[in-house]
Design a protein around this ligand. Structure first.
Ligand code: PLP
Length: 377
């Protein structure tokens, strides 16, 4: 038995994509940068994907750049600051960003940039008054993630974008966990990133949206693909698969989100009935539908995670990318939780492929595992 409740880490590829994949590889193997007709046939598929993804985001298709992953997009945006520095050398950033944003931003301190962290309250909301106070003439970029990958808490990126626009400051929002689950108004966003494998496309494909592409300096120089912003032959099958995943999600958004939210809510309700003193992080705050972060009383989450894994229930502690490192989550510490509380937290994340039956089974197993560890704490 396998109950996969780690959909914020990655998702299972849609069957429609899986079944069609050999055909994609057979039909579209030519290099999209070749000028012969087979190459152009492949290029057309890439441009179709670019147009359709742009349409979903309601942005201009020329501003969509295909990357290998969201991490690449974030690195491209942030490292471009080095070459656009002028006299602006401050980055305002929430301390609860994904590592793929935080770490490149910290890297920029080697180039004379200063990071100013934005205040976050116990519910996980970025304090926008603090943002207003901290913006100066030296601010180069504001980074605020839309949906946090560990807790699901949503930030008001519309307001954040307005504040930045009024002050003429660039705004980057990592929308990896919210894309197609929440409305994203890109009007006041300068940069955003998307990752295919979080929406049931295969790994190895991402999207970077940039309102002003001229700002971007490539990480990879070479053949000039993606208008020179991302050289290297495009991941054609990944782009076609991403296009399909985006379309499936866009057509079924309400249905998918309702199902996932019901799974999540049912999970939280049932777990709370069995273990009354769990804390559901940011339960009463706006959260994206698929993520639930639970702080258990008196257990070590890492041990619980491994015990759950041996019983066929797959979850995360902290962020999946940092699993295996027994350091407390920087996100929960950012909310003001103690190290001890952060080390007792597990993330459960739900997806279109999960069922209510799985939720029921998982809750029972979690209770059994919890009882075992609680006793020996
Ligand atoms: N941003 C967020 C919020 C994420 O959850 C993740 C992945 O966990 C990433 C960025 C990185 O995505 P990718 O694996 O495509 O680099």
């Amino acid at each position: 038995m396998k109950i996969y409740l780690d959909n914020a880490a990655t998702t299972k590829v849609f069957n429609e994509i899986k079944e069609n994949f050999p055909k994609i590889l057979d039909e579209y193997y030519a290099n999209p940068n070749s000028i012969h007709s087979e190459g152009q046939k492949v290029k057309n598929q890439i441009e179709k994907a670019r147009r359709e993804i742009a349409q979903v985001l309601d942005v201009s298709y020329e501003n969509i750049i295909f990357t290998s992953c969201a991490t690449e997009g974030s690195n491209t945006i942030i490292k471009s600051l080095i070459f656009n520095k002028k006299n602006k050398d401050e980055i305002l950033i929430s301390p609860i960003e994904h590592k793929s944003v935080l770490v490149p931003a910290r890297f920029l301190t080697k180039f004379g940039f200063k990071l100013k962290y934005l205040k976050v309250d116990k519910d996980g909301k970025v304090d926008l008054d603090d943002l207003k106070r901290k913006i100066t003439s030296k601010t180069a970029l504001v980074c605020v993630v839309h949906a946090n990958n560990e807790t699901g808490v949503l930030q008001d990126i519309e307001k954040t974008g307005q504040i930045c626009k009024e002050k003429e400051i660039l705004f980057f929002s990592d929308t990896v966990q919210s894309f197609l689950k929440e409305e994203i108004d890109a009007e006041n966003i300068d940069f955003l990133t998307i990752s295919g494998h979080k929406i049931n496309a295969p790994k190895g494909i991402g999207v970077l949206y940039a309102k002003n592409k001229d700002f971007l300096v490539p990480l990879l120089h070479g053949g000039g693909q993606e208008e020179g912003i991302r050289s290297g032959t495009q991941n054609v099958s990944g782009i076609i698969a991403l296009n399909k995943a985006v379309n499936i999600w866009a057509e079924n958004k309400d249905k998918f989100c309702e199902k996932i939210k019901n799974l999540r809510d049912s999970f939280e309700g049932k777990l709370k009935e069995l273990i009354s003193d769990i804390e559901i992080v940011s339960k009463n705050t706006d959260r994206v539908c698929h993520i639930s972060n639970i702080i258990f009383p008196k257990v070590d989450a890492q041990s619980m995670l491994l015990a759950l894994s041996s019983r066929g229930v797959f979850v995360s502690s902290g962020s999946a990318c940092s699993s295996g490192t027994p350091t407390p989550s920087h996100v929960l510490l950012g909310y003001g939780y103690t190290e001890d509380e952060a080390l007792r937290s597990l993330r459960f994340s739900f997806g279109v492929h999960n069922s209510f039956e799985e939720v029921e089974k998982a809750v029972k197993i979690i209770k059994e595992v919890f009882d075992k560890f609680y006793t020996f704490y």
